[in-house]
Structure formats: C-alpha cells, structure tokens
Write a protein that binds this ligand. Structure first.
Ligand code: COA
Length: 371
C-alpha cells in the first residue's frame, strides 16, 4: 500500500529527477544552468551559446558555435508539414497546430523511433531549427501562404524574429527577442519538462516526448499564461484600467495570469526582473510603449499589496513580444521553440540514465463491492 505520508498534491516539493542541467536555487535567488547563472547568460551570451551549453554541458567554442547555428538556421521543414498545417481548421489553437506539426516531424526522420541519446544530441540542433521555423510560419501556413524560410546570412535569433514579423528588424529588437529566448530556454523541472521526461522514460523517442511537452505547455497555468497576460493588458488599456481590472478579477476570485509560481510563489521570478529591464530598454529604443510599462508596474504593485504575489517571466515576456509586433497567438509557441533546447537536454539525460517513471496513488475510492 502506498504510504500516505509520501503523498504531495501536485508533487510539490518532490524531487523527481537527478539532473546536471539546471536548478532553481531560491535561497540564493539563482537559476543555475549547468553551473552558470541564467541571468548572466541572458546578459552576456547568445541563444546559440546556451543551446551548446545545454546540449554539450559546456559553452561552445567558436567552431562548435558556428556549426550549431548553421545547423539550426539551415534545417529544412518538410513541405508536407506545411501542407498538413494548411489543412487544419483555422480556428484550431496555435499550440494544437504546433503539437500536430511536432508529432508529424517524426515521419520524416528515418531514425525517429530510436531513443539513442547520442542520436538525440546529433539531431537536436536540426530539431530546434525546425521547431522555430514551424512556429515562425504557424500563422502564415494556416492561411495557406508560403512559409518564409530562414536566410543563412542572418543569425538564429534574427532569422526567427524576421520570419515571424516579416520585416527588417533592428539590433535592439533582435537582442530583446534573443534575451527572451534565453530566459525561456531552460528552467529545471516544470510540468512540460516533467511530461517530456516521463514519456522519454518509457524509451519512447524525442518526437513523442516533445509532443507531450507542447500539450503541457499550452495550459494557462503554464506557458499559456504569456498570451493571457497580453489579452489582460489590452483589455485594461491603461494603468488605471489595469488596477481596476485586477481588483475586479480578484473580487471574483479569479487567478491573475503572469503572477505566482510554484517554486518562487512569494518572491519575484528572477527572469521577470530581467525581462522587465529588457522591456524598459525596448521602450527607450523604440520611443514607444511607456504606457505598457506603466500598466505592468501598476499590476505588479496591486498584486504585491493585495496578494503578496510577484510576476513570473510570462508577465514581462508578453509586453516585450507585443512591442516587437509578434502576433499574440505565437507567444506560447515561441516559448516552446525557445524551450526545445532545454527539453532536448532533459530527454537526452533521461535516455542516458533511464529509469521508468511509475508512481503510486493514494486510493480514496470504495473497496469490497461485488457485481
Ligand atoms: N492570482 C491569484 N491568486 C493566485 C495566483 C494568481 N496568479 N497564483 C496563486 N494564487 C493563490 C491561490 O489562489 C492560492 O490561494 P489560496 O491558498 O488562498 O487558495 C495560493 O495563491 C496558492 O496557489 P496554488 O494554486 O496552490 O499554487 P500552485 O503552486 O499550485 O500554482 C501557479 C502555481 C503558477 C499555477 C499559480 O501561481 C497560477 O495559477 N498563476 C497564474 C498562471 C501563470 O502565470 N502561470 C505561469 C507560471 S510560470
């Protein structure tokens, strides 16, 4: 019989994996990524460096970095994937379309069924590039428009943003976008990473594990929060409206998206603090968005005073994406594209040293019934 004392609803506080990838050290307010502080990585290196760090265990040398970026930028998405996307109902949620596309990618990998960790690592840069291109073309493909391919003369982050917004982008815009990609790249064992590891632990392949992660990330309690935050900001219109809206929602006992976090619950998510700086810099560079900043600040103040809750990364990623002109339905898919590197690192780690996940239950149903 399972021990009642071992039960933790929502697995709160349960250590469910041994990992060398990342750790949320809440006492010291540090997000550790393979020994580095995530905030330092966001400020000092590029997304491709973080991909190398996650996949190889150390920051890449110049040659490896170049090779990784080349693989990510030149990865091709099979034409059939876009044809499948074009056939799906336009009303289908972007994350559902992304989930379908990620799953369908398996059909174009002759070694799709292998859970070999070295093969996982070898195909990881290609997969990251494919997912980013699918995300960038998600809206376009739904309307049957041709995809915008990546251009090898630009780096990964610039390509990703250019393909999304379909225009030339400034260095300040690319930097802001790239900082969000790094912020989203890896974060220990959230629901989607756990889902991916659970699936991988059956020795199912990367495609199955990633598909499970997309499904998990869609939920508004997880990745879906970033788009929900933007809809709230648009509904609020200005700082006064933001305060009124949050107070109304709280009075109705609704959750305010972008606030709270299982691990950080009563303190600020360090990534939110950094993305707030990114937002400020973007507002200065673009000479617009002051009101958005003021609204976010007002929301933060009200939530701290009323609930003792602090913003998470999604709260500040949303206005950054809005100022970049990114369609709101792509906010959560972008989160997934950025997280694909972290997910792959976890899937590889799981496949390298595997034990099947199979927990127990605390049974509270009836006993002794007879037909
Ligand atoms: N708005 C209002 N109240 C919130 C809240 C929010 N965003 N987040 C937590 N709370 C409250 C809960 O109502 C609960 O209060 P109670 O004890 O009076 O019932 C308490 O804080 C604990 O919440 P709980 O749901 O048990 O915590 P959790 O660890 O299971 O949930 C989240 C964590 C992230 C799911 C939760 O904070 C949330 O729903 N946030 C909004 C969605 C979001 O931004 N998700 C992105 C996370 S990165």
């Amino acid at each position: 019989m399972a021990d009642e004392r071992a039960y933790s609803p929502g697995l709160e506080g349960v250590i469910a994996a041994e990992t060398q990838i990342s750790f949320l050290d809440t006492e010291n307010e540090e997000i550790v990524i393979r020994g580095y502080n995530l905030l330092e990585l966001i400020r000092r290196v590029g997304y491709v460096d973080v991909v190398g760090l996650l996949l190889d265990g150390h920051l890449p040398e110049q040659a490896r970095r170049t090779e990784l970026e080349r693989e990510m930028v030149t990865a091709t998405v099979p034409e059939t994937i876009y044809e499948i996307l074009a056939k799906l109902p336009a009303t289908m949620h972007a994350m559902d379309r992304l989930r379908t596309a990620v799953s369908a990618l398996a059909g174009f990998d002759p070694e799709a069924n292998s859970p070999d960790p070295e093969l996982d690592r070898a195909r990881a840069p290609r997969l990251i590039g494919q997912v980013a291109q699918i995300v960038a073309n998600l809206v376009r493909s739904t309307h049957g428009e041709p995809p915008r391919p990546f251009d090898p003369q630009y780096g990964f982050a610039a390509n990703f943003l250019r393909a999304i917004v379909a225009r030339e982008v400034t260095d300040a815009e690319v930097r802001a976008f790239e900082q969000s990609l790094i912020a989203y790249s890896e974060h220990e064992l959230p629901n989607s990473t756990f889902a991916a590891r659970v699936v991988a632990s059956t020795l199912a392949d990367v495609y199955g594990a990633l598909t499970a992660a997309v499904a998990s990330l869609k939920g508004p309690l997880h990745g879906g929060a970033n788009e929900a935050v933007m809809y709230m900001l648009l509904e609020a219109r200005d700082a006064e409206g933001m305060e009124a809206l949050i107070r109304q929602k709280l009075a109705r006992k609704e959750r305010i998206m972008g606030f709270g976090h299982r691990v950080y619950m009563r303190r600020m998510d360090p990534r939110a603090q950094l993305l707030k700086e990114t937002l400020r810099e973007l507002v200065t560079a673009q000479g617009q968005g002051e009101e958005l900043l003021a609204m976010c600040q007002r929301g933060e103040d009200v939530m701290r005073a009323e609930k003792g809750l602090y913003p998470n990364l999604d709260y500040y990623a949303a206005p950054v994406y809005y100022l970049l002109g990114i369609p709101i339905e792509l906010y959560t898919p972008i989160f997934f594209a950025a997280r694909t590197s972290g997910l792959l690192a976890h899937i590889i780690e799981q496949h390298r040293d595997n034990r099947l996940y199979r927990p127990r239950v605390l049974y509270t149903g009836p006993r002794g019934l007879h037909v």
